[in-house]
Design a protein around this ligand. Sequence first.
Ligand SMILES: NC(=O)c1ccc[n+]([C@@H]2O[C@H](COP(=O)([O-])OP(=O)(O)OC[C@H]3O[C@@H](n4cnc5c(N)ncnc54)[C@H](O)[C@@H]3O)[C@@H](O)[C@H]2O)c1
Length: 330
Amino acid sequence: MNKILVIGTGSIGKRHIGNFSKFFDKIDISEIRKDRQEETKKKFKINEIYDDYKIPLNKNKYDAVIITTPPHLHLPIAELACSKGNNILIEKPLGMNSTGWEEIAKICEKKELINYVAYCHRHINYTKKLKDHLESGIIGKIINANVRWGSYFPDWHPWEDYRDYYMAKKEQGGGALLDESHGLDLIRYFFGEASEVFAVVDKISDLEITTDDNAFVTLKMKNKMFVHLSFDLISRFTFCKIEINGSKGSLIWDRVDHNLKIYNAEKKTWKTEQFTKEDFLEMYINQAKHFVECLQKKTQPMISIRDALKTQKIIDNSFLSSETGKSIKI
Ligand SMILES: NC(=O)c1ccc[n+]([C@@H]2O[C@H](COP(=O)([O-])OP(=O)(O)OC[C@H]3O[C@@H](n4cnc5c(N)ncnc54)[C@H](O)[C@@H]3O)[C@@H](O)[C@H]2O)c1
């Protein structure tokens, strides 16, 4: 394939460049920071470099535009990229909120543009295995799930002061709920849509950030299940697990120990299926392959803007529930 534009070459932008280099002859980048431009140029073969993303989008047509800036820029960049007829990959979360995305989804549909939102955890092999287990009925009728997603934010990017990283800034779309919404995406992937949400979302730690650092979200699902999700930026030890309880047993997906644990209530036994960190990291490569295949075959990816919009609406309503102290029907 020919040429892509990657906008924003921070941590995930560079990861995408590495993976997409295998598939595209030319990679243009747009990045406002000169040091990041230099760093990216040293690491990868870059075709053209632009300070302002509007210049390449107004000048060139790309096979795809990869949007890897902080979330507050996802919407304006997607608007311009799609109006110029480019396929797009947007990093999660979709944006600051749901506003404006329905229109972008319509433009994509009208122009038949491939649009993908990078909730990459669906591409881990043991995520797919968990879905297979659920569908096989191994733990019977599913009744509830608990999601625990937390880590210590100042440890995330050792190369920069956490207070300077966009994640510390509310106006740029940082915070536990928006960032860790992978958990919401996975719940929708496994169990379908939510019908009601109640949440408390706030900054309650001493971290020097303007975003929320704790978000506790409770969902009633259309299939009658209850789901509780706890997201935070303060856990000194990283927790990233989903515990699912059914009539015949339990299942635990653990993205720190990279395993699945299955409890059989009749035999009173646990079985562990062990995977590796490489399996986890492979999600980015699997995702790149999936997106390229969609571009080649002109098929819609597994997570479109419309799909991610449903996750975004849960996020919006979680903030609203927390502000009003009320449970919100979705
Ligand atoms: N799917 C994942 O596993 C994953 C992992 C990390 C980040 N992300 C997502 O990717 C996005 C970026 O996160 P990050 O950790 O890479 O952030 P980052 O701060 O490391 O990188 C963002 C880059 O965008 C650049 N930028 C800002 N404004 C710009 C503009 N107008 N034009 C061009 N570049 C601009 C910044 O200078 C920075 O280099 C976020 O939405 C985040 O949630 C996803």
